[in-house]
Design a binder for this molecule. Structure first.
Ligand SMILES: [Zn+2]
Length: 411
């Protein structure tokens, strides 16, 4: 039987980088190559309805093996695209067998070294087989580890019809890394009561809380004239924006100064001209109501900056991005409780971790499909030093199989 490692090594060789500049869906044609091959692979396993829809989503059903009534349909979801931040072309995966704490020097760039000193999590993986890329690309464990785990668990379930379970649905999605993974996801057609994304970190982790997220655009309007004749007339919007950015707290409320459950505001793009300068910010907090407080604070700082420049004007727009999935998952406590049971059955201690970001599960939860995120073994996402443990991937396969059993035994 094909192992999760075999599949993983095969999938990472597909270049499936998504592209936020693109206006098509999926954002890149190359993602469809893997998506189509995955549908064919699932059909080859005997999953007859596996197919790619017009948006690129692969869905498939493993029919129930039990006659018991009331066993819910549960879903498993992973994304095929890799981050636009780092090349995913020509990935050469390397398996470093029986890791013993040594430095892992990647052959295509001698500066790319995985050291326990820099990456303490490596110390928890002594004796594991570690997979890395070769030093010039990302690996793509985010999220091909999740894809490989779901396909391998599906193969196991199909080969073992004696395992009693309800209907299991599978979905592979494009464009998660650019925040569009759920854009055309048809929750009703998917038909699961709840789902799990396999797109997390170390073994045992379960993520059921994410940030709540807004985007804010603050535009300062100045007045441009010929600089030689500007006295008393020019109002420089660049300087107003600079005053605003400088007024942001220097030692709190930023990505550089917060962790755990702390939120932040983060200017990340400035489009500048004398006449008009806009500052784009993201606003993040685990408590949705606290977003409004942060936005009020930003708005006050922007008004104050503009007030220092006679004739300046400021305009603000807020856009909702996603919300903390916990608001939904708290209403369905079984979804996380069953996952914890499945993790325990695999001999692991479940550990909860807040996601300082969003996942497709954050959006899906609010679209009517409660979806926490389970560990897939991924580390150092979006980096040349990305790595995954083979033994953690095997544990994730076990957890998926356990989950369908747990939902059968205690629906
Ligand atoms: Zn991911």
């Amino acid at each position: 039987m094909t192992s999760v490692l075999d599949r993983f090594l095969r999938y990472v060789r597909y270049d499936t980088q998504s592209d936020e500049q693109s206006t098509t869906y999926p954002s890149t044609e190359k993602q469809l190559v893997l998506l189509r091959d995955l549908a064919a692979e699932l059909r080859g396993l005997g999953i007859a309805d596996a197919a790619v829809d017009e948006h690129g989503y692969v869905t498939a059903t493993i029919p129930a093996t039990t006659a018991t009534n009331g066993v819910p349909t549960i879903g498993f979801i992973a994304h095929v695209d890799t981050s636009p931040e780092m090349s995913g072309a020509g990935v050469k995966p390397i398996v470093h067998e029986s890791y013993d704490g040594r430095d892992l020097v990647l052959p295509d760039d001698s500066n790319a070294v995985l050291r326990v000193r820099d990456i303490p999590e490596l110390a928890d993986h002594i004796g594991h087989d570690i997979v890395t890329a070769s030093g010039t690309t990302l690996l793509g464990a985010d999220d091909k580890a999740g894809v490989a785990e779901i396909v391998t668990a599906a193969a196991h379930l199909v080969a073992h019809p004696e395992i009693p379970h309800g209907p299991v649905r599978i979905a592979f999605t494009p464009d998660e890394e650019i925040g569009r993974g759920t854009k055309y996801f048809d929750v009703a057609a998917f038909g699961a009561a709840w789902a799990y994304t396999l797109d997390g970190g170390a073994r045992g982790e379960i993520e059921s809380e994410s940030f709540s997220a807004d985007a804010m655009t603050i535009t300062f309007h100045g007045f441009n004239t010929h600089p030689g004749y500007a006295k008393g007339r020019m109002v420089n919007a660049i300087k107003i924006a600079a005053a605003f950015i400088d007024a942001l707290p220097h030692d709190s409320l930023s990505p550089e100064t917060t962790d755990g459950y702390e939120g932040f505001v983060h200017p990340y793009v400035v489009q500048a001209s004398v006449d008009r300068t806009s500052v784009k910010l993201i606003v993040r907090d685990f408590v949705t109501a606290a977003l409004e407080e942060k936005e009020a604070q930003l708005s006050a700082l922007a008004e104050r900056a503009a007030a220092r420049f006679a004739g300046a004007r400021v305009e603000m727009a807020i856009e909702e991005q996603y919300r903390n999935m916990r608001e939904i998952l708290d209403r369905h406590p079984d979804v996380v409780a069953r996952a914890r049971q499945a993790i325990r059955r695999a001999g692991l201690e479940p550990r909860s971790k807040p996601i300082r970001g969003g996942t497709d599960g954050s959006r899906l939860s609010f679209m009517g499909l409660p979806t926490p995120n389970l560990f897939a073994g991924e580390h150092n996402f979006h980096s040349r030093l990305e790595w995954v443990s083979v033994q953690d991937m095997e544990k994730a396969v076990e957890v998926i199989v356990n989950l369908v059993r747990v939902w059968h035994d205690e629906p």
